[in-house]
Design a protein around this ligand. Sequence first.
Ligand SMILES: C[S@@+](CC[C@H](N)C(=O)[O-])C[C@H]1O[C@@H](n2cnc3c(N)ncnc32)[C@H](O)[C@@H]1O
Length: 245
Amino acid sequence: MKKIFDDEQFFTGYQELRRKEQNSNDLIIDPALYSLLPDLTDKTVLDLGCGDGKHCVYFLDCGAKSVVGIDISEKMLQIAQTQNANDAIRYIKMSMTDIAELQETFDLIYSNMAFHYIEDFTAFAKTLFDVLNPSGFLLFAQEHPVITATIDGKGYFNRSPSGKKLSYVFSDYGVPGKRVTRWFVDGVEKYHRRISDILNALIIAGFVIERIEEPLPEKWVIEKYPAYADERIKPTFLIVKAHKG
Ligand SMILES: C[S@@+](CC[C@H](N)C(=O)[O-])C[C@H]1O[C@@H](n2cnc3c(N)ncnc32)[C@H](O)[C@@H]1O
């Protein structure tokens, strides 16, 4: 995958998005993920695609003993190291596909919005299983396959003559593989697979699926930011919690 998060134009756009009060991470994904966290008291955590490290600090606040944050982006790790440094957090620049090289195991493997950048999820699921302690948990959020499906990377809304969004059109659901789309810049690469492909890869690796979520905004979010009513038409995020069988 191209290191898109190190592209200057992309990085600036992404940072602006995250700074907005109205962003899906703060309003939808993080609350849903955090509600599924296991007890972290004295546990070790691996955060894959940790970005600016804000979740790593949160895990310490929840009682974790230590956290390793992995990211391939130099720029994201620079922010993590300046804004979210802590003696109990180690930030490492590497691809999450290489985590076996750490030669460590963890009580929780966590990832927020990064697994759709992985090409071979079947092989990756096996790596995740090997890096998890016997009683450990895997918890991740990624783009929903309804969103990754369409070949050019984006579906669209059908609208009424007055412009009201009526339904969401996507295609190519059964065609797995690379999608190249625009997100701040052209050429952002991600990978589509069906929900069944994701879950079966985990099951074949040995995981027991504990929970699936397609998180929706709370009522107050839609009242304050009406655009989030779109989430009632189509899902945007998929969350999976699993443990070792
Ligand atoms: C959408 S951001 C999410 C960042 C962070 N998890 C959060 O919730 O704020 C995705 C992150 O995944 C990282 N990433 C993408 N592919 C990766 C890979 N193969 N290995 C490690 N990090 C990766 C990117 O550099 C970026 O920081």
